[in-house]
Design a protein around this ligand. Structure first.
Ligand code: AKG
Ligand code: FE2
Length: 309
């Protein structure tokens, strides 16, 4: 019989609490994830039901295709992911965003950052936790669609760095894709897709403790779970021919308000309507009454049968 309960053990939970991340865990076999992506890739180019009308060169083009591509809808509901996330967040869990994050040969690594409200692009919170809770941010589940190695741009974490925010997301950053393709920081070429995350540093004289960084190498089909408030980055892709591709799904408890008091996502120099957006309840039943909720995908798939028990 296949395993039905993937909750974190007490020991894993303790490790997650200390380090701010846990994994990798295996979700798909490498050939299985290759086959899945082979089917999904052409669907990514078909934007008939895509949630945002964003130009192809901005990252938001890669956002939230779990809302219209069936294989990705099923991905965010996978018990291997949801049970573990529920061990951290409690019974009511919503998925509020997915993103594909590619690193092509020669690309800069992702600059060091931490996300609490995800307002870094706009200066306006995209997530609002109830006041007086210890943590904000999201639980990120980063799945390797390809292998992730130190050469092709695997992620890096600074263990235990999730308790102190070094960045002030309310400052907002200027979006300048032409001027900002990355620069050498801490010995590596790093960038943030047209933003310079160091603009948000609370202390301009501080710099991330690169010596404490752990490379998160993964096989295709594995995933790692981390708090968005953890200091995280990725290495540049220094290979000639090995693309690195990650699919990240972001989860919060149902009590978190998503895109509070706004009808648009403002990022990457544009404004994108949230008309087709909804949070997806992947476990439990409760979602804050102000959240837009999707229970049928934009391609017509009923999500209710997928909710985790
Ligand atoms: O994949 C990367 O390079 C960065 C991922 C990341 O920052 C995130 O998932 O929040
Ligand atoms: Fe991030």
């Amino acid at each position: 019989m296949s395993q039905e309960n993937f909750s974190l053990t007490d020991e894993e939970k303790k490790k997650f609490d200390e380090d701010g991340y846990i994994g990798p865990f295996t979700l798909y076999q490498p050939d299985e994830v290759a086959e899945m992506y082979g089917k999904v890739r052409p669907q990514l180019f078909d934007r008939t039901h895509a949630p945002y009308d964003a130009p192809p060169e901005v990252a938001i083009t890669n956002y939230d295709r779990h809302l219209d591509i069936d294989a990705l809808t099923r991905h965010v509901f996978r018990k291997e992911i949801v049970h573990r996330v529920r061990s951290i967040l409690g019974p009511d869990v919503i998925c509020w965003r997915t993103e594909f994050i590619p690193k092509y040969p020669g690309d800069a690594g992702t600059d060091w950052h931490q996300a609490d409200t995800f307002g870094h692009g706009s200066g306006k919170p995209q997530l609002l936790w109830p006041e007086n809770e210890e943590f904000g941010g999201a639980i990120n589940v980063w799945t390797g669609i390809t292998d992730a190695t130190e050469a092709n741009g695997c992620m890096q974490f600074i263990p235990g760095s999730h308790r102190t925010m070094n960045y002030d997301e309310s400052l907002g950053m200027d979006y300048d894709p032409a001027a900002y393709k990355g620069r050498i920081k801490g010995g590596h070429l790093r960038g943030f897709l047209g933003y310079d995350y160091t603009d948000l540093q609370k202390d301009k004289n501080w710099s991330p403790d690169e010596k404490a960084a752990v490379p998160i190498t993964m096989k295709a089909g594995q995933f790692v779970i981390f708090r968005s408030m953890l200091m995280h980055a990725s290495l540049p892709n220094t290979t000639q021919d090995k693309m690195r591709l990650g699919l990240v799904a972001r989860y919060v408890p149902g009590r978190v308000r998503v895109y509070p008091d706004t009808d648009f996502v403002k990022e990457f120099g544009g404004e994108y309507s949230l008309d087709k957006f909804g949070v997806v309840q992947v476990a439990g039943t409760y979602t804050h009454e102000t959240n837009r909720v999707t229970s049928r995908s934009l391609s017509g798939m009923d999500m209710a049968p997928l909710v985790s028990l």
